[in-house]
Ligand binder design. Structure first.
Ligand SMILES: [Cu+2]
Length: 278
């Protein structure tokens, strides 16, 4: 005797129920306990635009929180999101002005100044426009938007490759669970090193410098604390504190891309909320 028909019906029922449960879980995740709600509602992150770059360059924002982008630059900012962002952002900020962003979709937002910086869809990251007065330094920032519990962003794979063509980290942004080993493979003919970006200071020391030998060298980074981490290769890019951004080095084959990337770490053991519409 075959239990298959029963199993199939049970499977379909279970699938329908778990899909419903996931939707409910996603809604529930947006309704935190009352004790958390008051602080979350008041929370606002801040980021300053200095004309050449942003400070801090990375920020983590939970749904319900806002991000205020203040300009201390002497010129206009055209703040736009890369096409990889889950929600389109395009805001004009006058010199000395500010805008308040209220993101409503979790995900990784690569933001940049459209006047000086461009997004390259093939490399998946930004570079300075060739006619920018600040070339080769791009003006960009990364914002991780999570649900109210600090998660809710769909996971990506945890393998990062350095191809010998562009010498950049592919993919540029990784989303993984806490303590997941993120594996880096260097398929380039040059040696590279992985290091936490020096700014903001809180992420310094989040992992030890990781040498990635040429021609297939590998290394693993494990991050236990949920949050957003920005890393770079100090051999091929340097942070310019007075400009609040990174400068790709001209000797670098991937020039004018900054040899950097981000890792967004989600709390372990939680399922990412499904996208509302697929
Ligand atoms: Cu490098």
């Amino acid at each position: 005797m075959s239990p298959a028909p029963m199993n199939r019906r049970a499977f379909l029922l279970q699938s329908a129920m778990s899909a419903g449960a996931l939707t409910l879980a996603a809604l529930a995740a947006e309704a935190p306990p009352a004790a958390m709600a008051s602080t979350a509602a008041a929370a606002s992150r801040r980021m300053r635009f200095h004309g050449t770059g942003f400070q801090p360059m990375i920020a983590a924002v939970r749904l319900g929180e806002t991000l205020r982008v203040e300009s201390v630059a002497a010129r206009e900012l055209r703040l736009v999101s890369a096409p990889t962002a889950p929600q389109r952002i395009a805001r004009r900020v006058e010199a000395g002005g500010s805008v308040v962003l209220r993101p409503h979709t979790p995900g990784v937002y690569l933001l940049y100044d459209d006047l000086t910086t461009r997004f390259d869809p093939q490399v998946g990251q930004v570079a300075a426009r060739s006619d920018s007065p600040f070339f080769p330094m791009p003006a960009y920032a990364v914002v991780l938007v999570t649900d109210r519990a600090g998660g809710g962003v769909a996971l990506t794979g945890a393998d990062v490759n350095i191809p010998d063509t562009t010498m950049t980290f592919q993919p540029w942004a990784v989303v993984c669970e806490a303590a997941t080993p993120v594996r880096f493979t260097n398929n380039d003919m040059d040696a590279h090193v992985l290091m936490p970006a020096p700014e903001p200071q809180a992420q310094r020391g989040s992992f030890d410098p990781l040498p990635l030998p040429a021609h297939g060298g590998t290394g693993v980074v494990r991050l236990a604390e949920p949050g957003l981490y920005h890393y770079y290769c100090p051999v091929h890019a340097r942070y310019r504190p007075a400009e609040y951004t990174f400068e790709p080095l001209r000797s670098f084959g991937g020039f004018p891309f900054v040899m950097d990337g981000v890792i967004a770490v989600m709390p372990a053991g939680r399922r990412a909320a499904p996208r509302r519409r697929s």
